[in-house]
Design a protein around this ligand. Structure first.
Ligand code: TXA
Ligand code: MG
Length: 348
């Protein structure tokens, strides 16, 4: 299949026309990669079982891992979900449109294929104008997982989608870099207190300021509420090791590990915040990557997946990384890094 790559500026007539064409592709059962404010999504018609099957196939994703349904107006929520708890309405008021996904009991109109066989459905109302228009033009309900091949870091640029999905889907809409760079926060509203299933830009205390206490699903589980959480995610091809502890010890240990690895002839990289780069000095053969300033956690989140992909392109074999326990996004950033490392954390 030939994948068409388009640039559609929603503020021009031509751009709108292209987005209408993309909407038609989805209506006809095709797949389109599209930018959202979090990461690029792989969009198909959420109410069509055949489209859901195609999404799983294009991504190489296990079919028991449910898809998020995206809407572009609040009124459409009640079409696809059964009951909307008051707390969900309050969260929607506070954070929709935005990077928050809520899980509800589904209506029969949502096919089992879309929800991986679950009787619940995850719903998000994104901010991005391209995504909103595409949703409207394609009939109102878009199923969109992140547009990466299963297991790889999510796509934050159109080039990432081209790399992962070219030849496997109908169209890619190039809308530049995704703003946030981490996937949405996922919260289960079918129970009280609600349960935080995936950390994201809307953090726990922001949620709790609206709903009161929120529980967190902890530790690896055999039957997690969020099936996606049992799969290895965001993984670069090289081996990622997170080193945690007091700054000087972390730096010393990373230097030792990276030097050993480089001496063995392995392509080696160190990922650290701008403030700590000087601790590592300049070692030939070791690539030092600036993750951004600890004072700019948005920047760190925004760059993270692109950095992991860049390391893949360079065939990096060993990556040593500091912790980024920043106040607001630290838990989301460390959640992604921990998964990317397959839980390889060294405490020093
Ligand atoms: O920011 C995002 O959320 C992006 C953009 C494209 O919207 N989408 C995204 O989708 O990250 P995906 O499929 O890569 O991740 C969705 C997560 C998975 O961990 C999945 O298991 C969980 O949400 N999920 C989906 N439906 C669920 C449900 N009914 N119950 C529990 N978890 C669900
Ligand atoms: Mg994903």
């Amino acid at each position: 299949m030939e994948t068409r790559v388009i640039k559609a500026d929603p503020d021009t007539r031509e751009g709108l026309e292209l987005l209408r064409e993309a909407g038609d592709v989805i209506k006809a059962g095709g797949l389109v990669a599209v930018p959202t404010e979090t990461v690029y999504g792989l969009a198909g018609n959420a109410l069509d079982p055949g489209s859901a099957r195609k999404i799983y196939e294009a991504k190489g994703r296990p079919s028991d891992n449910p898809l998020i349904v995206h809407i572009a107006k609040m009124d459409d929520l009640k079409v696809i979900v059964q009951d909307i708890p008051d707390k969900a309405l309050r969260l929607a008021d506070a954070f929709w449109p935005g990077p928050l996904t809520m899980v509800f009991h589904k209506n029969p109109v949502v096919p089992d294929e879309t929800t991986g066989g679950l009787d619940t459905v995850a719903v998000r109302f994104p901010t991005g104008r391209i995504m909103q228009l595409l949703t409207e033009f394609s009939g109102g309900f878009i199923a969109a997982p992140s547009a990466n091949r299963s297991g790889r870091p999510s796509c934050t640029r159109a080039e990432h989608c081209i790399e992962d999905l070219s030849g496997r889907i109908d169209m890619i809409i190039d809308g530049g870099e995704a703003g946030i760079g981490l996937e949405s926060t996922v919260i289960d509203m079918t129970c009280d207190p609600p349960v935080l299933l995936r950390q994201g830009y809307i953090n726990k205390s922001m949620l709790e300021s609206v709903t009161g206490p929120v529980k967190t699903e902890t530790g690896p589980q055999e039957h997690p509420r969020s099936p996606g959480m049992k799969y290895r995610h965001y993984a670069p091809k090289g081996r990622l090791t997170i080193v945690r502890g007091e700054k000087d010890s972390v730096c010393r240990r990373i230097c030792e590990l990276a030097s050993d690895s480089s001496r063995l002839g392995k392509k080696t990289a160190i990922l650290a915040p701008s403030e700590h780069l000087s601790c590592y000095g300049d070692h030939p053969g070791i690539r030092l990557i600036d993750a951004g300033s600890m004072d700019d956690e948005d920047g760190i989140a925004h760059r993270l997946f692109a950095i992991l992909r860049e390391l893949d392109e360079e065939d990096t074999e060993e990556i040593y990384c500091e912790c980024f326990d920043t106040p607001r996004l630290g838990s989301a950033i460390m959640d992604r890094l921990t998964r990317a490392s397959g839980n390889r954390i060294l405490n020093v």
